[in-house]
Ligand binder design. Structure first.
Ligand code: SAM
Length: 192
């Protein structure tokens, strides 16, 4: 596999530790710096996805829970996973009184869930941070139940559209992918 897709890192765990420290340091400023940009991506995603019959929703690399702020609903179960404790704390403050939303400190390449649990999985602006995005997509696929919707976005400045699509197609069944002019990410809609 291409070096740009599976990053040939000497020490992937050191890379993850550095990423964790980076986002810990950024946590308090994250929404101010990136909230608007991320919300634009989410608005596009939510306009193109019907969530009415979907109940168990996972966001891998959930950050400060901007996505959940945009789709929270009392009748569904929401789970967010992130490697940065400080980023998760910001999300926790937003949702601490909600009993149907859970935040888990974990690695996207080793998800701590049983197989086939979720019917909708998001991963927004995460994959470029990972030593092995394919490994994370395999984990996402593993925890997805049959016909789950999988929505992944990736930074345009990191990949070409072709590389992005190759990553997604390697693991899940790509339905549609978009290169929208005003958005900083490519966005792919797939099923498990
Ligand atoms: C650019 S932010 C996007 C956050 C959120 N998805 C959003 O759209 O606002 C990337 C997030 O991925 C998290 N992350 C990076 N590497 C990770 C890993 N190996 N496992 C889980 N989360 C990770 C970071 O801590 C950060 O919160």
């Amino acid at each position: 596999m291409d070096n740009k897709i599976v990053h040939k890192l000497k020490d992937p765990w050191k890379h993850k530790l550095d990423t964790m420290k980076h986002y810990n340091a950024l946590a308090k400023a994250y929404d101010t710096l990136y909230g608007r940009e991320q919300k634009m991506k989410m608005d596009f995603i939510l306009k193109n996805l019907d969530l009415r019959n979907r109940r168990k929703i996972l966001d891998v690399g959930c950050g400060t829970c901007i996505l959940f702020e945009n789709l929270y609903d009392e009748d569904k179960i929401f789970v967010g996973v992130d490697i940065s404790e400080k980023i998760l704390r910001i999300g926790w403050i937003k949702f601490r009184d909600k009993i149907n939303l859970f935040l888990v400190l974990a690695d996207a390449e080793h998800l701590p869930f049983r197989d086939k649990v979720f019917d909708t999985i998001f991963s927004i602006t995460l994959i470029q941070n990972l030593p092995n995005p394919l490994r994370s997509l395999e984990e996402i696929k593993r925890v997805s139940n049959r016909e789950a919707a999988i929505v992944v976005s990736g930074l345009k400045r990191k990949y070409t559209f072709k590389e992005f699509n190759t990553i997604i197609k390697n693991v899940v069944s790509l339905r549609e992918s978009y290169d929208v002019e005003d958005l900083k990410d490519y966005i792919a809609f797939s099923i498990s």
